[in-house]
Design a protein around this ligand. Sequence first.
Ligand SMILES: NC(=O)C1=CN([C@@H]2O[C@H](COP(=O)(O)OP(=O)(O)OC[C@H]3O[C@@H](n4cnc5c(N)ncnc54)[C@H](O)[C@@H]3O)[C@@H](O)[C@H]2O)C=CC1
Ligand SMILES: O=C(O)CCC(=O)C(=O)O
Length: 430
Amino acid sequence: MSTEPVSKRLAAGASMPAPSDNVLTNTQNAVHEALQRLGYDDTVYELLKEPVRVLTVRIPVRMDNGETQVFTGYRAQHNDSIGPTKGGIRFHPNVTLDEVKALSIWMSIKCGIFNLPYGGAKGGIICDPREMSIVEQERLARGYVRAVSQIVGPAKDIPAPDVYTNPQIMAWMYDEYSRIRELDSPNFITGKPLVLGGSQGREKATALGVVIAMREAAAKLGKNMQDLSVNIQGFGNVGSNVALILHEMGVRVTGISDAGGGLYNEKGLNIAELIDQKDSFGMVTPAYQNVLSNEDFLLQPCDVLIPAALENQIHSGNADQIKTSIIVEAANGPTTPKADEILMHKGVLLIPDVLANAGGVTVSYFEWVQNNQGWYWTEEEVNQRMEDLMVKSVHNILQTAERYRVSTRLAAYMVGMRPYAEAMRWRGWM
Ligand SMILES: NC(=O)C1=CN([C@@H]2O[C@H](COP(=O)(O)OP(=O)(O)OC[C@H]3O[C@@H](n4cnc5c(N)ncnc54)[C@H](O)[C@@H]3O)[C@@H](O)[C@H]2O)C=CC1
Ligand SMILES: O=C(O)CCC(=O)C(=O)O
């Protein structure tokens, strides 16, 4: 066991040196470039560079000690020209408005690439659920829904899970919304428990999509999945399920990490044991010795690196030292633009977040469709439909990158932004 207290290591993980890159500015620059390459004028960019709607809310929560604490939350709706908006809700101490706005733009791009009838949205609450009791988390989740209820709903904006939120929190939010509307509304939110109208396959959908994207990327380089070693940063819903799926396929997972640091073994890690030991916030390293710092973890050699934690983890300070040939971005925004350039020069094949992790929102869309029609699909049907869309989308982005001679990220932004520019023109907004 490590001798350092868990709380100290958690704090260290939470304050990892992420460079000062502003994710919103970086995203706006990339959106601008994508629209210019497609030949759209700057009026289109003016509307797409920011969410059309942002709500900041203050949520009073009665804490277990009897005192009231006031939390700040956000909901950003990027674009509603194609349909209602969609995207997860994050509970994290480092949530900022710019981050939530950028996350909402990325959601639009994902929906655009996968042809889902939505625009992007995202929500966030500045809080640390790791320091809160279950009852306090429930009061906060319900308070957030009451605060944003005017602008969300099955035909307006459909939330879902993200960092440090889960099916239980979705269930409380669904219950609260149904009470406010006096109408049972399972189609208000996705990522629910199965018994409350959740979809088969949703829990592992993001991870499964990442693995399918990785398989297609490996095939592009003429590599066999079973010959690859994989390091995964983040061991929560996405990271641990990627590890499990790869492990079950016989792929060697050589590294995993969480907010406390990383574990690496070139012979492969015992994933089943690690999953048994992880807590509900994706923490497993406190049970181990020889834990690497998160900075060192990212520098361990592997064939495929899968960041599945937070933004700005691969940056100009470490990109050059990263020893891998494929990066599949399970996390949103893990790589800064400068790092993108460095990796491209090194010949690393990068499958960008808006493509690689869109299996999650795709199966969320399937959940909403099933709720709307009251007819539920098998896990095989859900997975097959998602796989078909993922394979098609990976090839579409790789071909677009080759055709326009641009990076895979820029290609993804071009493909993902075009539907909104077109929809806005048809609606007469432009
Ligand atoms: N849950 C979903 O369906 C989707 C999630 N994503 C993205 O995937 C990423 C992970 O999300 P989830 O797995 O759902 O979150 P989660 O809350 O289940 O797990 C987060 C994991 O990241 C680790 N972590 C936190 N800070 C870290 C740091 N500084 N360094 C290394 N690890 C750290 C935590 O210890 C935990 O293992 C996020 O970027 C999220 O936006 C993207 C698409 C869908
Ligand atoms: O499942 C969803 O609707 C959204 C998931 C999400 O927040 C994301 O893809 O970043």
